[in-house]
Design a protein around this ligand. Structure first.
Ligand code: ADP
Ligand code: MG
Length: 187
């Protein structure tokens, strides 16, 4: 599913963030990356969905070398890789339901009815169906993160990347988000 072979990443300012990283992750595996702040965890994750280019080495994701992907091929590839960030990145001016249906309607060309139905199923799964018409500002951090997870899942990704998904949460909200992630991992 994911294969790093001697991957190096040097940022434009010269900072050498990934040094000869080799790593293989198979389908169905659930992997956690642990390291000090600044160790390169976010950089590593962001190379997997090509938010960042790599400088050297080979990176195969979903059976495809992604190093030189461009244009339409890159956009198609990215749809298959779900990502959840520390700070949720929900669209503040849209309801929960619209946050989730936007990408499936635009990119997968689902009708509004299809997209809504699917979003409601996902909201039910993360325990937030009653919040579908709320705006992000009306939700707790834990709820926002569960919505962000549902939004990523709505694109039916082949893999999900989580970059410190609970580190911005108050301690009492960490469990509800981890429980959702654990359920996903089991599936
Ligand atoms: P982590 O997620 O493990 O805390 P990062 O991947 O964010 O680490 O950062 C790894 C190193 O790369 C750090 O030294 C950081 O300062 C540097 N870095 C991150 N992003 C950039 C960037 N856009 N330009 C230059 N250096 C960066
Ligand atoms: Mg980080």
């Amino acid at each position: 599913m994911i294969k790093f072979d001697k991957v190096n990443k040097v940022y434009p300012n010269g900072l050498h963030a990934l040094k000869n990283v080799s790593l293989e992750i198979n389908q169905g595996e659930f992997v956690a990356i642990i390291g000090l702040s600044g160790a390169g965890k976010s950089t590593l994750l962001r190379t997997i969905n090509r938010m960042h280019d790599i400088s050297e080495g080979s990176l195969i994701v979903n059976g495809q070398e992604i190093k030189n992907l461009k244009g339409k091929d890159l956009r198609t590839f990215r749809r298959k890789v779900g990502m959840v960030f520390q700070n949720f990145n929900l669209f503040p001016n849209m309801t929960v339901l619209d946050n989730i249906t936007l990408a499936p309607m635009r990119l997968k060309k689902l009708s509004k009815e299809e997209a809504n139905k699917k979003a409601e199923g996902l909201l039910d799964r993360v325990g937030l169906l009653d919040k579908k018409d709320s705006y992000p500002s009306q939700l707790s951090g834990g709820q926002k993160q569960r919505i962000a997870i549902a939004r990523a899942l709505a694109m039916e990704p082949d893999m999900m990347l989580f970059d410190e998904p609970t580190s911005a949460l108050d301690p009492e909200m960490v469990k509800e988000v981890l429980d959702v992630i654990k359920e996903l991992a089991k599936e």
